[in-house]
Write a protein that binds this ligand. Structure first.
Ligand code: GDP
Ligand code: IMO
Ligand code: MG
Length: 431
């Protein structure tokens, strides 16, 4: 991994990694590849809706709420105040990771006292709301994310610190559950919920801390910090294709609010972009391929959700989408992933411009009506047939693959600093 060391020695201290499309770009792989060079890796937003996959010597690990750094025995993990946590699921995730042989996990995790607690009934509410939306459903992961953040915004949620006063916790969780029962006419087994939360609390309580203070001290000591993005810019509650988004700020700003670090704490941002586009769940997807080619890319790229197993929708690389993420997040360079998956596709298209009537637009339209009218300008480039999975040097890529990457750089307005050519942690080209 000498190339990573060279690459990171040119990198500033504190780095953020963010998704630039609709998630599943391959964030987990780069975070794992970099984690050995950082002392702390922090999740700031989202919950177990994320599924971050790491492959090492054919062994696959999937991280949901746990930061994707834990395979490296000396790196610490922070789960920040902006996340939503189902403690029982978190215990299961830790136990599963321990069962794979990862050592010393519990002593390396800190969980924010100010993170919101996500209960089983939030999942029930999520499913019920989706049902009621019928054809307008969001296609959520059904992990209870929206309802838990809803309670947070409505100032009726419970936080990790509330577990420390059991009597008060009991009163408040019952009131919260009763609100949802009444609101949606559902039945919640609240005693069962309290019991399982308390069991999980006993297992995790040593990990609870004010992670803001911990990070502040770490920053004073000059410890190296990696901020792990979940989801992606176009799933952001403010900047994404609302309402087909997740329920938190998963773009750069969410790192500051979700961890209590100042904007200056993020010294460099790497955006992760897949060499084509995928999306799970409903919502606009201008370059979607609803044909055999889309099926071929899904099969070649194993495009099935790491959290829900759902088939991912596949389509062409969309430079409007990625440029938008680059601009609004201040992304310094891109990690272009899954270039190997495009091997054998004879002609590759890139969306370069969007037009609505006679007006050029710079955002993905959010309404179905506008999307139906959207006209997309494409550029076509020749593909390549050679297997590139063992290439580790940019100059050794087929010329057409090099041209494809260069054109993506030009159209996205951002240099491509690394390229993924396989799922394994080693399958990276640094430039
Ligand atoms: P994340 O949510 O952004 O971490 O991405 P996911 O783990 O949900 O999905 C990305 C999938 O692509 C995972 O199965 C990874 O193992 C795989 N992957 C990541 N980078 C590459 C790559 O460069 N080439 C190939 N073939 N697979 C990759
Ligand atoms: P990672 O971190 C891809 C999508 C869901 C749905 C919408 C709302 O692995 O990239 P939610 O359950 O959050 O209320 O669902 O957001 N979604 C993701 N899609 N990758 C993810 O995470 C996602 N997290 C949420 O499919 O469309
Ligand atoms: Mg994922």
């Amino acid at each position: 991994m000498a190339k990573i060391t060279d690459f990171l020695s040119g990198c500033s201290k504190n780095l953020a990694i963010l998704g630039t499309q609709w998630g599943d770009e391959g964030k987990g792989k780069l975070i794992d590849a970099f984690s050995n060079h950082f002392e702390l890796v922090c999740r700031s937003t989202g919950g177990a809706n994320a599924g971050h996959t790491i492959v090492v010597d054919d062994k696959k690990y999937v991280f949901h709420l746990m930061p994707s750094c834990l395979l490296h025995p000396n790196t610490e993990a922070i789960i920040g105040n902006g996340t939503v946590i189902n403690l029982t699921d978190l215990v299961t995730e830790v136990e599963k990771l321990e069962a794979t042989g990862i050592k010393n996990i519990q002593s390396r995790i800190k969980i924010s006292l100010h993170a919101h607690l996500l209960f089983e009934y939030h999942k029930q509410v999520d499913a019920e709301l989706e049902n009621r939306k019928g054809d307008n459903k969001i296609g959520t992961t059904c992990r209870g994310i929206g309802p838990c953040y809803g309670d947070k915004i409505n100032r009726m949620g419970l936080r990790v610190e509330d577990l420390l006063d059991e009597e008060n916790f009991r009163e408040r969780i019952i009131a919260n559950a009763q609100f949802h029962e009444k609101n949606l006419d559902i039945t919640i087994d609240i005693e069962k919920e309290i019991e399982s939360v308390m069991i999980a609390k006993e297992k995790l309580k040593e990990l609870f801390c004010d992670t803001r203070l911990y990070l502040s001290q770490a920053r004073k000591e000059g410890r190296k910090i990696l901020y792990e993005g979940a989801q992606a810019h176009h799933l952001d509650i403010d900047h994404g294709t609302y309402p087909y988004v997740t329920s938190s700020n998963v773009s750069a700003g969410g790192i500051c609010t979700g961890l209590g670090v100042p904007p200056k704490a993020i010294e460099e941002i790497i955006g992760i972009a897949k060499a084509y586009t995928t999306r799970v769940g409903e919502g606009p997807f201008p370059t979607e391929l609803e044909d055999e080619l889309g099926d071929q890319i899904r099969a070649q790229g194993h495009e099935y959700g790491a959290t829900t197993g759902r088939p991912r929708r596949c389509g062409w690389f969309d430079a409007v989408v990625v440029r938008n993420a680059v601009e609004f997040n201040g992304i310094d360079s891109l990690n272009l992933t899954k270039l190997d998956v495009l091997t054998g596709v004879t002609e590759l298209k890139i969306a370069t411009e969007y037009w609505l009537d006679d007006t050029r637009i710079y955002n993905v339209p959010t309404t179905q009506k506008a999307n139906d009218k959207l006209s997309i300008k494409y550029e076509t480039l020749p593909g390549w047939a050679e297997d590139i999975s063992n290439v580790r040097d940019f100059s050794e890529l087929p010329l057409n693959a090099q041209k494809y990457v260069t054109r993506i750089e030009e159209l996205s307005g951002c240099p491509v600093s690394s390229i993924g050519v396989g799922a394994d942690r080693q399958a990276l080209i640094f430039r």
